[in-house]
Write a protein that binds this ligand. Structure first.
Ligand code: ATP
Ligand code: MG
Length: 249
């Protein structure tokens, strides 16, 4: 199991946002994390990637306790997230934004990176080419990030995360605000990410997409795990339907 949570809890004052959550993510899968607004999904991402330290419990990667590691140390180990809102440098080009993403993994060679030689420049360029092609953004390489459509900006956010060479990629509502066509293209891209061997944890409210993509789904409600199973098992679970009553499942 690359990533395992053991009874992870996070309290904000009196509010227990994540409450004794335990689950494992199998390598090479797309693992869905769903639940109503405020269920604790984004907080759990922050606990997995080190933005928050848990009040109690632990996070393990490959059987090693990483609970006390910083976000950058976890990124070097391959845990990389995107944010619920789009986080880009709007005045930089698409290509420059992707290059920024590489910084997360080249800390030990930061000086080489900053004092740019022709060798490092060529390497950056080749990696950027590869990622832009993968994300189908090559034709927008020299466009300013701010000039992209909302959907293209969301895809660029994922391309920046891919530049850090994640082993486990955590995506927080990547489909928000996308058109049907953009959603189809992103579904196909996430399938290619899975094929490449990268594990994905997907937080998403769009149930059709979640059911289509995920191998396993963990359902959170009020900070606790309500159930876990295949899309079919989760869809038929009576408490899941009750938790989502009034929303589209
Ligand atoms: N920094 C914080 N300080 C205090 N309370 C917080 C903080 N972050 C989150 N919370 C609270 O913790 C609970 C879980 O929030 P979280 O953002 O993790 O939910 P979520 O499942 O991601 O919801 P959504 O689907 O709306 O994004 C909510 O009640 C929220 O108000
Ligand atoms: Mg959230």
């Amino acid at each position: 199991m690359p990533l395992t949570l053991h009874r992870v809890t996070k309290a904000f004052g009196g509010l227990v946002a994540v409450n004794q959550v335990s689950f494992s993510v199998r390598p090479g899968t797309i693992h869905g994390l769903i639940g109503p607004n405020g269920a604790g999904k984004t907080t759990l991402f922050s606990l997995i990637t080190g933005f928050y330290k848990p009040t109690s419990g632990r996070v393990e990667l490959d059987g090693v306790d990483i609970t006390s590691l910083s976000t950058s140390a976890r990124a070097l180990k391959g845990l990389v997230r995107t944010f619920q809102g789009t986080m880009l440098f709007p005045d930089q080009t698409v290509g420059e934004n992707v290059e920024n993403g590489m910084l997360a993994t080249i800390r030990p060679r930061l000086l080489d990176w900053l004092v740019e030689t022709s060798g490092t420049k060529a390497m950056k360029c080749a990696q950027t080419d590869e990622i832009l092609e993968f994300a189908q953004l090559s034709n927008l390489r020299h466009a300013k990030a701010r000039d992209l459509s909302h959907g293209q900006q969301r895809v660029l956010g994922i391309a920046i995360a891919l530049a850090a060479r994640p082993r486990v990629l955590l995506l927080d509502e990547p489909f928000t605000g996308m058109t049907a066509g953009e959603k189809d293209r992103l579904v196909e891209m996430l399938e290619r990410i899975r094929q490449s061997g990268t594990t994905v944890i997907l937080v998403e409210h769009d149930m059709r997409t979640v059911m289509r993509l995920c191998d396993v789904i963990t359902v959170l409600n009020f900070g606790k795990v309500l159930t876990e199973g295949t899309p079919e098992e989760v869809r038929r679970h009576p408490e899941v339907m009750a938790a989502y009553l009034g929303t589209s499942l």
